[in-house]
Design a protein around this ligand. Structure first.
Ligand SMILES: CCCCCCCCCCCCCC(=O)SCCNC(=O)CCNC(=O)[C@H](O)C(C)(C)COP(=O)(O)OP(=O)(O)OC[C@H]1O[C@@H](n2cnc3c(N)ncnc32)[C@H](O)[C@@H]1OP(=O)(O)O
Length: 150
């Protein structure tokens, strides 16, 4: 697994995203570690991420999927072009579609693991699938369609 997350290569206007911008002090700080096959991200929900007692808020989960999957699309695109992550010209994707299945309540108090992989890379479009697990139990999964913006 790389030591640097894909989002850590982004600076300036590309580092302000609520989900993954390193310069956004109020953001979620999503970090995607891409190993060429899978993107991995761990997140520990805080008390204020609760939906109801003991259960993580679903909108938070959607946000984690969103930025982690877009990060996966960016990392995979650099790899496909044979370029170091973050090199110019910068690669950026935006979310066109985000589809989440909530399989069971996601428990508070556990570290969450998101694991993503590429389903399709074609033209401007990349489709990424991702599973979110707590204590090795899948709690939600998602498919994200990313469209290349730069
Ligand atoms: C600069 C680098 C920095 C990077 C890091 C920054 C950090 C932040 C990053 C984190 C950011 C966090 C994430 C965020 O929060 S990103 C913010 C939330 N997202 C947006 O605001 C996006 C708004 N939408 C648009 O801008 C346009 O509608 C887009 C660009 C998405 C498509 O525009 P357009 O319609 O003109 O595209 P096209 O005609 O060229 O079609 C191209 C292909 O796309 C396919 N398609 C289109 N729509 C959909 C859809 N809904 N489902 C499935 N597929 C769809 C289409 O069929 C075609 O496929 P194909 O026929 O070729 O197979």
């Amino acid at each position: 697994m790389p030591l640097t997350a894909i989002q850590d290569y982004f600076t300036g206007d590309h580092a302000i995203c609520y989900g993954c911008g390193s310069d956004n002090a109020h953001g979620l700080q999503v970090r995607t570690y891409w190993d060429g096959q899978y993107g991995t991200f761990h997140f520990s929900p805080q008390d204020y991420h609760t939906a109801f007692p003991g259960v993580v808020y679903g909108g938070l989960i959607a946000s984690l999927f969103d930025c982690h999957c877009i990060g996966t699309a960016v990392a995979a695109a650099y790899e496909k072009e044979g370029r170091p992550p973050g090199s110019d010209p910068l690669i950026m994707y935006v979310t066109a579609n985000l589809n989440v299945n909530y399989l069971r309540p996601t428990p508070m108090g556990s570290e969450l693991m998101l694991k993503s992989h590429i389903i399709e890379q074609k033209g401007k479009k990349t489709v990424v699938a991702c599973t979110l697990s707590a204590d090795d139990t899948p709690c939600a999964n998602a498919t994200v369609v990313g469209i290349r913006a730069t």
